[in-house]
Design a protein around this ligand. Structure first.
Ligand code: T68
Length: 827
């Protein structure tokens, strides 16, 4: 019988009981979905159709395990963790799900029989870019680890119709294009079209006194938008446990209000519908100063309100008293973006459940935990009071009441420091008033954590020092981590295989096992095998670069890679100044014996961030000059890869020799790219910042190139009056580089093009201390080049980096959160 006929397919599916779909039905399931779910001829389906059908076949398996996992959580009556984040960056799901389900080989075989390769089919997936960078990616690594640890957890976020913009480089400049990731449908999720919660904005608060003489608050008027649940599944690694990430999509409530149509205003009703559904239309790309954008505040409350309704619904099923709420639930705030959950829970408890304020507050501060991800003052979130009052009038009242009581307590605790009240107040008073979201999050949470040891200390000692004095017991550190399933096993299968061959598979769920590689670091045979794998990875990246950028690079050259969001504090500018320095040395003496290098850059700049975009343009201009200069040849190449995203990171990490982590000390909260590179055997050149410092402690200082000012030196220098010009005047190599940029060497058509970049360094204070760190960076780069010439030595360093990265697994991070903050255990 022809195996593609409907009868044959139906027969094959019948014999497979739903709870135990055996792997060998995968091909049949793909063909079944091609026909019945996608409505296509299954005799010769195209690649995209096969991808979609395979996704559906895997979703079938995931949903079964998800139901079983949910039942187990319910049966155990476990305390639940709710991880609220305005951003998730899951990356492509296909390979990750195949690995977790143990179906990689079966999928390969099934696809081969259908005339495809897994690589081709995986290439059809468009990743959901529902985050900006580190913060969103961290949330996704954490979901992976929560599933691996079988935690009773839920991720909650927004299903933006348009994720982070797609970046093109045109004439050397960043151009943004809409990221229409939902085109062609989404096959991993379930849209719960009948599962919606109302979310209410605007209106006014009516105060009244009820029959028992209680003062009551009721929101009147305003407008309601519906939140529709969309679930995506996150499987634990080969443990049959599946969590869900519930993303809310905005749906107009107007469809349900027939009155609107009855008045005859049909077009008006439709326009209103479109306006309502705008709420989940687009992810905000800003990672600098958040402006007071009304839609952004509405997004935050949209996530919070819908999620709180879900949490309360689940809690109510238990029929236990409200005072048990914190024993049964913990709500984790990923940054302050969802911090309006604090006044929302107060509103539910006080206005709707009629609990006394004190009791409600007692519940609140035992329920919330907050993670801070930044110390840059301009990135701390504040909302203009007027805007807040307009969008969320009742919540603003509640915030004022929280603040009144908080300040009352502070005054009692610190009676002799009157200025303190204004500094810790939830409201910034000035010409204009602002709600300070970080203060709200700290006051309303039982736990406040930073994301690396260094960052957590800075929080306690400087930005939140006064809160630390008020609530010392709330502050703690949880150093970030990354999931080894995606960031080694998936993205670097050949290296993963080499490791597994020598130490077994345990490292996949216990990354400290990588320590067992250390004895091999001295073995010439292993070194050779290690470097061969790395060289193959580098060859593949060279092919990709050739195809995308038309630039030929030497796989044997030192791949020096700087990929992350563009921000002045991350100092891509410092890197390009050094590139130009090397270029000048080659121009002066083509036989200078410089180690051949390929500099690779990637990353997006916020569309409104002028300086960051300008630095992208400078890098591309320098790249053009160097790559086309015949004197340089293979000695130096500069590549800018457009549209850096999770998919691209997976290509780059395994092929990197030197990882650039060169933020101004004290400014990068942690970094997680640093960990991904090192796990794949890259060596870091970096500053004393974020998690670099802990990486140094683990890998040892002979295996990591540290340079530059320390955080306190940055501060001291700034206090003493930093004068960047002295570096310009005393360092002739640096001076030559800056003069070339401002003199139009890289922009002959427009000599003034990059003048303002040099201005920002020389005449506007060089806020990020690029010039102060230039010389020590250049020296350290020389050390790196020398080290690279000694290939066995480099192999040893590379292996030891991988072997000693066990601590940086997100399984370790999640284990610490579960034990120290959440008080939950695996199901
Ligand atoms: C990053 N923060 C930190 N923010 O910069 C990084 N911000 O050091 C850290 O490793 C990472 O968080 C994880 O802890 C961000 O990525 C944002 O993306 C962001 C988005 C919107 C508004 C503000």
């Amino acid at each position: 019988m022809d195996s593609t006929t409907p009868e044959a397919l139906a027969g094959m599916r019948e014999t497979a009981s739903p709870a135990t779909l055996p792997a060998d039905t995968l091909k049949a399931d793909i063909l079944w979905h091609v026909l019945y779910s996608l409505g296509r001829d299954n005799e010769r389906p195209d690649r995209q159709t096969v991808f979609r059908a395979l996704a559906l076949a895997l979703r079938d398996r995931l949903v079964e395990k998800w139901i079983a996992s949910q039942r187990a959580i319910y049966a155990k009556s476990s305390k639940r963790v709710y991880y609220l984040s305005l951003e998730f960056l899951p990356g492509p799901f296909l390979r990750q799900n195949l690995i977790a389900l143990g179906l990689e080989k079966e999928a390969r075989d099934a696809l081969t029989e259908l005339g495809f390769t897994l690589d081709d089919v995986a290439g059809e997936e468009w990743e959901p870019g529902l985050g900006n960078g580190g913060l969103g990616r961290l949330a996704s690594c954490y979901l992976d680890s929560m599933a691996a640890l079988r935690l009773p957890a839920y991720g909650y976020g927004i299903r933006y119709a348009f994720g982070i913009f797609h970046q093109l480089i045109r004439d050397g400049q960043q151009v943004e294009r809409a990221d229409n990731w939902l085109r062609g449908g989404q096959h991993w999720e379930f849209e719960r079209t009948h599962y919606m919660h109302p979310v209410r904005f605007y209106g006014s608060v009516r105060e009244w006194v009820d029959e028992q003489g209680r003062l009551r608050h009721t929101l009147e008027g305003g407008s309601t938008v519906m939140a529709m649940a969309c679930d995506m599944f996150i499987p634990g690694y080969r443990n049959d446990y599946v969590l869900n990430m519930r993303l809310w999509a905005a749906k107009s409530s107007r469809e349900f209000e027939f009155s609107f149509f009855n008045t005859g205003d049909y077009i008006g009703a439709v326009e209103k519908k479109i306006r309502d559904e705008n709420i989940s239309m687009v992810l905000y790309p800003n990672d600098e100063a958040p402006e007071g954008k009304e839609l952004r505040l509405k997004q935050q409350f949209f996530l919070v309100s819908a999620t709180m309704q879900d949490i309360v619904r689940r809690f109510r099923k238990k029929g236990v008293a409200w005072d048990q709420f914190p024993r049964k639930n913990v709500i984790h705030l990923n940054e302050t973006h969802p911090a309006v959950a604090i006044p929302e829970l107060m509103r539910l408890l006080v206005d709707e459940e009629l609990l006394p304020w004190e009791e409600a507050w007692y519940i609140c501060v035992r329920t919330f935990a907050y993670t801070n991800h930044t110390v840059l003052p301009e990135a701390l979130e504040v909302w203009p009071e007027e805007l807040f009052r307009k969008v969320l009038p009742r919540h603003l009242q509640i915030i004022y009441e929280i603040n009144r009581r908080f300040l009352h307590d502070v005054r009692r605790q610190f009676p002799h420091d009157p200025g303190l009240l204004a500094r810790v107040s939830l409201i910034h008073e000035g010409e204009q008033r602002f709600v300070r979201m970080s203060h709200l999050a700290i006051v309303g949470s039982f736990s406040v954590n930073g994301v690396s040891a260094h960052h957590s200390n800075i929080i306690k000692e400087s930005i939140f020092n006064e809160f630390y004095k008020i609530f010392p017991e709330r502050f703690n550190n949880k150093t970030n981590g990354i999931t080894p399933r995606r960031w080694l096993r998936q993205c670097n299968p050949t290296l993963a295989w080499l490791i597994t061959e020598h130490i077994g598979t345990e490292w996949l769920t216990d990354l400290e096992q990588l320590k067992k590689l250390e004895p091999y670091a001295e073995s010439a045979g292993f070194q050779k095998a290690w470097m061969e794998v790395r060289l193959r990875n580098k060859q593949k990246l060279a092919e990709y670069i050739h195809a995308k950028n038309g630039i030929t690079i030497l796989p044997e050259s030192l791949y020096d890679v700087h990929v992350k969001r563009f921000h002045e504090y991350k100092r891509q500018l410092l890197n390009i100044l050094h590139v130009i320095t090397l270029y000048n040395r080659i121009r002066r003496d083509p036989d200078a014996g410089i180690v051949p290098r390929t500099f690779i850059f990637g990353g997006k700049a916020a569309p409104g961030y002028y300086m960051a975009k300008h630095i992208i343009q400078l890098i591309n201009a320098v790249g053009y000059t160097i790559n086309t200069d015949p004197r340089v040849g293979d000695m130096l190449k500069v590549v800018f890869l457009q549209n850096y995203c999770v998919t691209l990171a997976e290509r780059i990490m395994p092929a990197t020799d030197l990882s650039e982590q060169i933020s101004t000390a004290g400014m990068e909260a942690s970094g997680t790219g640093n960990m991904k590179f090192a796990l794949n055997g890259a060596i870091t050149i970096g500053t004393h910042d974020g998690a670099n410092i802990e990486m140094l402690e683990h890998v040892g200082d002979e295996n990591l190139f540290l340079f530059g000012l320390l955080s306190h030196e940055v501060e001291d220098l700034r206090r003493q009056g930093y004068n960047p010009r002295t570096f310009y005047e005393t360092d002739s190599e640096l001076r030559e580089v800056l003069d070339m940029i401002s003199g139009g060497y890289f922009s002959p058509g427009d000599p003034h093009m990059f003048r303002d970049i040099v201005e920002s360094l020389l005449n506007h204070g060089d806020r990020y201390m690029v010039l102060a760190d230039f010389r020590s960076y250049a020296y350290r780069q020389q050390d790196a080049a020398r080290a690279y010439l000694d290939q066995p030595g480099w192999a040893r360093r590379s292996m030891l980096n991988t072997a000693r990265m066990g601590f940086f697994s997100s399984d370790r991070s999640m284990g610490e959160y579960a034990r120290d903050i959440w008080g939950v255990e695996g199901v």
